[in-house]
Every structure is written in structure tokens, then in C-alpha cells.
Design a protein around this ligand. Structure first.
Ligand SMILES: Nc1ncnc2c1ncn2[C@@H]1O[C@H](COP(=O)(O)OP(=O)(O)O)[C@@H](O)[C@H]1O
Ligand SMILES: [Mg+2]
Length: 575
């Protein structure tokens, strides 16, 4: 074929591949336009996960009638004009790609008006103007996208089910609403309202309206300010964690971004307070002069490049550590590790001291915190080793407060105390489930306020929850009462149910019940860094070695490291 320039409509369809992957990306682009237009109220409604329609309504600046068609042209933007502007981007959009890309693969109805000026409405199909006419509408813009990918069947086939697409939109909406607590966002799916944020500028209120009161009430504010950088947000205390990073969100100059570096700051800041594979909650806002970052590295603008990554890394870690340090969390870190790090933690007696959480003077929200009872789990002695059976091993002690050392026949064996306990608890849960006695009645029902989303998930999964041992009464549109719970959730029912409901929202899990057992087993287990009595160690070992799969924890990680007598003798050149 001869070389020729592509037609505009084809270029737009190609570009749509980058900007418009799925309904969630359309929602993101349209809401960002509304934010850039200075809106203080943004309403979003989707139908069938956004596949049938996405509607975004804002009270922003509106578009002048004679500029409307320009907005649908490629590289048409009101946000940058000169090359220098690229180094100083303060708006969410700037590439002038979204509207033409979305228009090229869908049917659009738009109505827009500037304050005290006549409005205009237009209908486009596949990027082609079908009709437009003056209209009277309130100041702002209402845009409705229908039948996404109707003219690109191959792309349409790549869409997932309406539920999955809807979940993706939901996640994007959470992030957008969190990114701007000063804007009131309302999000509805199939005309059911999932949240409406107050838009008064308070992050905690915004988090509460999206995730529910029992989610937000334990979060701790962080804040730091200098003339170059400011960091603010909410983090969870180390005893409130999740098994994934879904609740670790970062906003750089109000833009939600993905950044492995920022994930690492959280890992680093909580190091010594957590066992591995636990992820604390963190909603962190980092602000800096636009010239400090390059936002133009990704078509969807979900990544940024920092001019001074190291400084930001260190600052975020320090801000989190200072906050936790003031709450008297003590780090349990090996000395070498701490020495090689830029930040030196405050050592005390080298073990966790969750039990000494002192509320801070300043009367922050943390004072209301309901501390889970099992922050320091103990071993329940259900099966003391019978004293008359001769043991073929000897428990020697605990190493780094994390590993139990035993001498067994011709081996020195190190056992990860957390992993071992997790295996024991998991097997116990499974056998309780087999016998059908998972649930224990609570002396007093525990009431929990949920997000609308979690409430929906709960209603759709009551049977699974029952099989896990929960008996739950729905006592309000967002409120439940837990009457029975599995023994492994004892004392920690509220957090456990929030976490299980989050787990149930994930659609790629193969066996939800099994994942829930793992979660329960992990939560109930002794942690690394916890000092154990000899009796505890002996019982753990006795219980562990009885199990068929004692070599691995339920997540598949090893429980045991053994060094044979022979290896040792070899090493010391005895043989
Ligand atoms: N909701 C809106 N309110 C006011 N103006 C809008 C809105 N949406 C789009 N526009 C205008 O249309 C232009 C093109 O939008 P878009 O294609 O998303 O590109 P970009 O946001 O990168 O400028 C914007 O620069 C803006 O002037
Ligand atoms: Mg835009």
C-alpha cells in the first residue's frame, strides 16, 4: 500500500484506543473536564456498568456555543497554549484528546451553557455532528455518552460484564471524589446512589461518605508542610491492614496516580510494625509546584515523573513514621536494616508494643479509636502436648522474636511463628466448617456502618457470610448488626466484616470462602516480633507437626527452614 496520511476520524479511533479503554476511562476523562471547568458539583450516573450510558453533569464554566464543535476536534484544548505551559500543568487535561476520542467511538448528547449566556445542545454519532440547536439550560455542562464502541465491534467485545465494568467505574469515581474533597460528587449506578460527598473540603468526611463511618473512624491524619512540598492525608494504625493495596491511594497535585515508589514509602514506613503481606490503608496527598513533576508521561496521565524522587520518598516515609511514632508505635527492626536506611527508627525494647497506644494530646480522631482486642494474639491452648508421649524434638527457644528454634533428630529447624500459627488456624477453621460449627454467638450484637457498595455486596453474598459463621441483621440502609461470628473474628468483628466485604468485591477470586478462611486465619495469628512463652512455643510446635501440610502456610509460603546435622558438620569442616 502506498504511504498516505490517515483521515482524522481514523486517527481519532486509533487514539481512542489509548484514552478510552472502557467506560471507567470515559468517566475519568469527563469528570476531569468538569473539574477543570471549575465545577463545585459533579453528578455521575451510569447504566449497565457504563456500557449503555455514562452521564456526567457539572456546574462548571460551560462551553461557548461557537466553541462547542472545536472541543470535539483533535488537539483542541483551552488549557495550554504555549510550549512552556507543558512544564507547568495545573489542570487535569491538557492534551485535547478525550472528547474527540470518546466521540469517535460512541453516540453523544451534550448540553452546555456559560453563566447568563444562551446554551447549546448537540448530538454526535461516531464523531459526526447530527444536529445542534440553542437551548436553555443551567450554567454548566451535561454530557451523555451512549453505546460505547457501537462502531468498533472488536473493541466492544473486549468489554467485560456490566458488573465488572461498573466496579471499575466505581473505583475511578472513589478516586476522583477523594482527590477533591472541595467538590461535591454524586455517583449513581443504575439510578442507585452509591455516594454523595459533602464537598466542604474535609477529607475525613469525604472518606466517610464513600466508605462508611466504621471504615474511616480509625484513620489517623498526617500532615507536613514546607515551601516546596506539602503532604497530607489519612493512614491506618498498623493493626488495621488489608491483604492488597486497594486502599493505598496517592494523589499528586490532586491527580490520582499509580507509583511503585509511593507504595514503597508505605512499606518502608510501616516496616517493623507489620508482618509481611499486610498493607495498611493510606490516602496520601502530595502537593508541589507543577514544575517539580512531569505529568505528560502517560496518555491516561496515571503516572508522573518526579524531578526529585529521593527527597519525596524520604519525606513521605518520615511523615508517616513521625505520626505513628507520636502515637507510641515501637518499631521492631533488625539493627543492620535500620543502619542502612536513611531514617533511623526509635528503638525501645525491641518488640511491638501495640498495647501501649497512647492517645495524642491534640485530641485527634485517634482518641475514638476502638482498638481491636487481638492486636497481640495469644496462642489458645486447646491441645497441650500430652506429657507421656515422648517427643522426638526439643524446643530450644525463640530467635528474633519471630522464629521458633527446635532440634529434631538430625536437624536444626527454624519455624516462622506467624506462618505456623496461620496454618494451624486455617486447618482449624476448615475442620470447624466441615463440622458446621463455625459460628459463635456474640454477647452483644456489634453494629457496623457500611458503604452503600459494601451493603450491596453483603446483600448479594449473605449465603457465603452465613457459611463463614456470620449471622447478620440489616438494621438500616447502611447499617448492620452482627449477631454471630466465626471464632477467629472474636473481638475484631467490625474490622473483619469490612475486610471480608472488600474481599467479596473482587471478581477474580476462585474460591471466596477459602480466601476468607485465609484472611481469618492470618488475622488471628501470632505476629512476627511477638515474644512467646516456652509453653506457647511447645504447643504451637506440637499442634503444627500434627497437620498434614505443616510445611507451608495457607498462602503457600514456607513455614520451616531446616539445616541438617550433616550440613552443619560440613560447614565446620568436621567431615
Ligand atoms: N465539562 C466541561 N466544561 C467546560 N468545558 C469543557 C468541558 N469538557 C470539555 N471542555 C472543553 O473542551 C476542551 C477539550 O476537552 P478534552 O478533549 O477533554 O481536552 P483537554 O481536557 O485535554 O483540554 C477542553 O479544553 C475544554 O475547553
Ligand atoms: Mg479533558
Amino acid at each position: 500500500m502506498a504511504i498516505k496520511l490517515l483521515q482524522d476520524d481514523l486517527i481519532n479511533k486509533i487514539a481512542a484506543g489509548e484514552v478510552v479503554e472502557r467506560p471507567a476511562s470515559i468517566v475519568k476523562e469527563l469528570v476531569e473536564n468538569a473539574i477543570d471547568a471549575g465545577a463545585t458539583k459533579i453528578n455521575v450516573n451510569i447504566v449497565r456498568g457504563g456500557i449503555d450510558s455514562v452521564e456526567v453533569e457539572d456546574n462548571g464554566s460551560g462551553i461557548a456555543p461557537d466553541e462547542l464543535m472545536l472541543a470535539f476536534q483533535r488537539h483542541a484544548t483551552s488549557k495550554i497554549g504555549r510550549e512552556e505551559d507543558l512544564n507547568n500543568i495545573a489542570t487535569m487535561g491538557f492534551r485535547g484528546e478525550a472528547l474527540p476520542s470518546i466521540a469517535s467511538v460512541s453516540k453523544i448528547q451534550i448540553m452546555t451553557a456559560q453563566t447568563d449566556k444562551p446554551g447549546i445542545q448537540a448530538v454526535l454519532e461516531g464523531g459526526v455532528l447530527i444536529n445542534s440547536a440553542p437551548c436553555s439550560c443551567p450554567p454548566g455542562t451535561r454530557i451523555m455518552i451512549n453505546d460505547v464502541f457501537y462502531n468498533t465491534p472488536a473493541r466492544r467485545e473486549f468489554l467485560k460484564t456490566p458488573v465488572t465494568e461498573g466496579n471499575n467505574v466505581h473505583e475511578i469515581m472513589n478516586r476522583l471524589a477523594l482527590s477533591r474533597p472541595d467538590i461535591s460528587f454524586k455517583f449513581s449506578n443504575q439510578n442507585k446512589t452509591f455516594f454523595k460527598t459533602p464537598g466542604k473540603g474535609d477529607l475525613m468526611d469525604t472518606v466517610t461518605s464513600i466508605y462508611g463511618r466504621d471504615f474511616s473512624q480509625n484513620l489517623i491524619p498526617v500532615a507536613y508542610d514546607s515551601d516546596r512540598f506539602s503532604i497530607s492525608g489519612l493512614i491506618s494504625p498498623p493493626e488495621i491492614t488489608r491483604t492488597n493495596r486497594k486502599n493505598q491511594l496517592f494523589f499528586v497535585n490532586t491527580r490520582a496516580i499509580r507509583s511503585p515508589m509511593l507504595y514503597k514509602t508505605v512499606d518502608q514506613a510501616y516496616r517493623g510494625l507489620l508482618i509481611s503481606q499486610e498493607f495498611p490503608l493510606a490516602f496520601l496527598f502530595i502537593n508541589m509546584p507543577p514544575a517539580e513533576i512531569d505529568a505528560n508521561v502517560h496518555p491516561q496521565k496515571t503516572e508522573v515523573r518526579f524531578r526529585d524522587e529521593k527527597v519525596i520518598f524520604r519525606l513521605v516515609v518520615e511523615v508517616i513514621r513521625d505520626t505513628l511514632g507520636q502515637l507510641n508505635y515501637k518499631y521492631n527492626l533488625p539493627t543492620q536494616l535500620a543502619d542502612s536506611e536513611p531514617y533511623t527508627p526509635d528503638y525501645d525494647n525491641g518488640r511491638f508494643e501495640f498495647s501501649t497506644v497512647a492517645p495524642r494530646e491534640s485530641g485527634m480522631a485517634y482518641q475514638n479509636m476502638t482498638k481491636p482486642d487481638n492486636t497481640e494474639n495469644r496462642y489458645d491452648f486447646t491441645s497441650l502436648p500430652a506429657s507421656d508421649t515422648p517427643l522426638n524434638y526439643r524446643v530450644m527457644g525463640q530467635c528474633f522474636n519471630s522464629y521458633i528454634m527446635i532440634e529434631k533428630e538430625n536437624e536444626l529447624v527454624l519455624i516462622d511463628q506467624h506462618a505456623a500459627h496461620e496454618r494451624i488456624n486455617y486447618d482449624k477453621l476448615r475442620s470447624a466448617a466441615d463440622k458446621g460449627n463455625m459460628s459463635q454467638a456474640l454477647a452483644f450484637p456489634v453494629s457496623v456502618q457500611l458503604s452503600v457498595k459494601s451493603m450491596q455486596v453483603l446483600e448479594n453474598n449473605l449465603q457465603t457470610l452465613t457459611s463463614l459463621g456470620f449471622t447478620i441483621d440489616i438494621i438500616g440502609p447502611r447499617e448492620i448488626a452482627i449477631r454471630t461470628a466465626p471464632w477467629a473474628a472474636r473481638g475484631n468483628e467490625r474490622e473483619t466484616i469490612l475486610e471480608i466485604l472488600e474481599l467479596l468485591q473482587e471478581d477474580k477470586l476462585l474460591d471466596v470462602t477459602d480466601e476468607a478462611y485465609k484472611l481469618l486465619a492470618c488475622k488471628k495469628s501470632i505476629k512476627a516480633g511477638q515474644v512467646l512463652s516456652r509453653l506457647e512455643m511447645e504447643t504451637i510446635i506440637a499442634d503444627l507437626l500434627k497437620l498434614p501440610d505443616y510445611r507451608n502456610c495457607p498462602h503457600g509460603r514456607p513455614v520451616i527452614l531446616s539445616i541438617s546435622r550433616q550440613e552443619m558438620d560440613h560447614h565446620f569442616k568436621r567431615i
